[in-house]
Design a protein around this ligand. Structure first.
Ligand code: SAM
Length: 451
């Protein structure tokens, strides 16, 4: 039975992640179940979970040198305790190293792992003694670096090194394994960004405008308190890269839109705000319970004109008339490698076969929405990943099968300052700059030729 101890909570979440859970969902669920942790302990538990997952490559590299048997032969729960302890020793300045060892051994006792306490104590004490002598691989061997230090599977390490070049692949992996900033989209239907920033300031919180998105705010300090306007719907938690997508579709008041893969509705509600709350939007999603999130999110943010329903878009939607939408957003399900900062564990779960399967699914969804676009209308395809197959590969296959569509140069319609985020082909690739603090998103604008 987990108790309200941040290390124990972090340990239970790491074990759940090993069983297949997503880190963000498992952590949220643990916070719901626990006797409430105070904000500092909540912060520590979050740091321990994400830090241990992001740094798993380095932690395992260091532990493997000190362990008398291969790490694969160490009992998984004991290995998670070792990783937790090693993370605190190597990366957490605020925890003195001897305290990290003591806390980890105590945690092993509380978890009925008394028999492993000598083993854990010995390895972690050796780690303290030898931490300055660890022969970390350097980035001159990018595939080794990505595999050993960034915990990428071999196929992914090779593919990134080949595609981006070694140096860029390493920089990209490092950037995608940094903690993500806490970013919100100000709901301009309710409040301006300027007024929201004033509201933050008046409560002693620090926020700064995002670099590109005109309604984004990066919150750098809030002292554990709730943000202003939560129940009033003043903001939506959303990464800046994700905020760019609705701007690229550029909805106009009075238009009829389809958001094909809409849940939980971050972009649906953003589209509504950009359309002055005067759009008609049909929001579809595979899962009925996720489609309901769109409805509740829209109510919170005061968005009108949204209807949400469940539908599997790998099947043609017979209830929709051909050529009936001015614009369609396909924010497709994908491998999620562009949001590793939030789900660092997915990098060792994904296989090359998954990517091929995702690309097939994305192609099916795009094909089933294409006929719904009016002649002259827009279809925006976006994904939070950067594999060739799920980005340009899907677009190439789509265009080959749909001669009535053309890819447009998005650079022609975005503010000049955004252009550095786009390739020469006019497609959004936010990873082109690694210092923006954004997730890695891809988007392409497709236009159906007029009759
Ligand atoms: C990247 S997420 C969408 C995020 C959303 N656009 C937002 O901004 O909040 C992809 C969504 O596609 C949905 N999905 C997966 N397979 C689908 C399918 N075959 N048809 C429709 N939706 C699907 C998933 O349930 C998921 O909610």
């Amino acid at each position: 039975m987990p108790s309200a101890n941040p290390r124990q909570l972090a340990f239970s979440v790491l074990c759940r992640v090993d069983e297949g859970a997503y880190a963000d969902l498992a952590l949220d669920a643990a916070f719901q179940q626990e006797t409430p942790l105070d904000p500092r302990d909540r912060g520590l538990a979050t740091e321990l979970v994400y830090g241990t997952l992001r740094r798993r490559g380095r932690l395992d590299f260091a532990l493997a040198r000190l362990c008398s048997k291969p790490l694969a032969k160490v009992e998984p729960r004991v290995l998670n305790l070792l990783r937790l302890g090693a993370y605190q020793i190597l990366f957490l300045d605020k925890v003195p190293a001897p305290a990290a060892v003591h806390e980890t051994v105590e945690l092993a006792r509380r978890e009925q792992l008394e028999r492993a306490t000598g083993f854990i104590n010995g390895i972690l004490r050796n780690l303290i003694r030898q931490r300055e002598e660890i022969p970390w691989p350097d980035a001159t061997e990018p595939v080794v670096y990505l595999e050993k230090l960034a915990a990428f599977p071999h196929w992914l390490a090779r593919s990134w090194a080949q595609r981006f070049g070694g140096e860029a692949a390493v920089a990209l992996a490092d950037a995608l394994l940094q903690p993500a900033p806490f970013t919100v989209r100000v709901n301009t239907l309710k409040i301006s960004r300027e007024n929201f920033l004033d509201q933050l300031k008046s409560r002693g919180m620090d926020g700064t405008p995002t670099l590109f998105a005109p309604e984004g705010v990066v919150i750098s300090h809030r002292g554990g308190a709730a943000l202003p306007g939560d129940s009033e719907g003043w903001y939506q938690v959303q990464d800046e890269a994700s905020m760019l997508i609705a701007h690229l579709l550029a909805p106009k008041p009075g238009e009829k839109l389809l958001d094909a893969c809409a849940a939980p509705g971050g972009k649906t509600t953003h589209l509504c705000a950009l359309g002055g709350n005067e759009l008609e939007v049909l929001a579809l999603d595979l899962h009925p319970q996720r489609a309901r999130l769109v409805t509740s999110g829209a109510a919170r943010l005061g968005c009108r004109g949204i209807t949400a329903r469940a539908w599997d878009l790998t099947q043609l939607p017979p209830f929709l008339a051909p050529a009936s939408f001015d614009a369609i957003l396909v924010d497709a399900p994908c491998s999620g490698l562009g949001v590793l900062r939030r789900n660092p564990e997915i990098r060792w779960r994904r296989t090359a076969a998954d990517i091929a399967h995702m690309a097939e699914q994305q192609q099916a969804i795009l094909a089933n929405t294409a006929a719904l676009v009016k002649p002259g209308g827009r279809l925006l395809y976006s994904v939070c990943t950067l594999t060739e197959e799920e980005t340009d590969g899907v677009v190439q296959a789509f265009l080959a099968a749909h001669p009535d569509f053309v890819a447009e140069d998005l650079c022609e319609s975005v503010p000049p300052a955004w252009r550095e985020l786009f390739g020469e082909d006019g497609r959004l690739r936010t990873w082109r700059r690694s210092d923006t603090g954004m997730d890695a998103f891809f988007a392409v604008a497709l236009r159906r030729r007029p009759l």
